[in-house]
Design a protein around this ligand. Structure first.
Ligand code: AMP
Length: 216
């Protein structure tokens, strides 16, 4: 199964990509996570990407396209993968099409999680991530067992720099302008599944699984 998770920042792409990756036993490929690990390791790519990410802007297409092209050819992607946060622009989608064609593989579905802006702003203000392993929590909806400490690895939880309200508003604007056109792009192909994403993780997760099963 080859899937794309589409949706505004904070719509729940990462959460549901992770659940689906466990369900179908295929890797979740998050360009945001890959870029953050480059920043943490202070690579050249990380240094370039940080300038854009801190402002809530998209990293240039050519940088992320290269990351994804390489990643989808790795051994663990043979049975499929879930792209989380990629593509985010029409040129990225076109570059992905070209790469998939060259590899003689095709996308199965694009899962579009639709959540109103105000819900997103509230969600992201409460999101906390582990400074070490990247696991994601929420101060109201998904509390860690011990306050501000990661359940998985015991490190401190932090608010992502780009989850501050002003940056979130910028990211939502960038989404409207650059990423939303992808909905029509994949709708025309007949592979788009839109899920109303305002609800609990369990509810939305079940909706996504059922919709994927029915559309097989
Ligand atoms: P995310 O964790 O998916 O919300 O991504 C965090 C940030 O990483 C975004 O706001 C962008 O600056 C950058 N980023 C992640 N994926 C992409 C992409 N496909 N294209 C451009 N920038 C990206």
């Amino acid at each position: 199964m080859r899937l794309i998770m589409l949706g505004a920042p904070g719509a729940g792409k990462g959460t549901h990509a992770l659940l689906l990756s466990k369900e179908y036993n295929i890797p979740q490929i998050s360009t945001g996570d890959i870029l953050r690990s480059h920043i943490k390791n202070e690579t050249d790519l990380g240094k370039k990407a940080k300038k854009y990410m801190d402002k809530g802007l998209l990293v240039p297409d050519e940088l992320v396209v290269e990351i994804v092209k390489k990643r989808i050819q790795e051994e663990d992607c043979k049975e499929g993968f879930i792209l989380d946060g990629f593509p985010r622009t029409i040129p990225q989608a076109e570059a992905l099409d070209k790469a998939l064609e060259e590899l003689a593989i095709a996308l199965d579905k694009v899962v579009n999680i639709d959540v109103p802006d105000e819900v997103i702003i509230k969600r992201m203000a409460g999101r906390r991530v582990c400074s070490n392993c990247g696991a994601s929590y929420h101060i109201e909806n998904k509390k860690p067992l011990k306050e501000n400490i990661c359940d998985e690895c015991g490190s401190e939880l932090k608010q992502r720099e780009d989850d501050k309200e002003e940056t979130v508003r910028k990211r939502l604007q960038v989404y409207e302008e650059q990423t939303k056109p992808l909905i029509e792009y994949y709708e025309k192909r007949g592979i788009l599944l839109t899920i109303e994403g305002d609800g609990s993780v369990e509810e939305i997760g079940n909706k996504i699984k059922n919709t994927l099963e029915v559309s097989k």
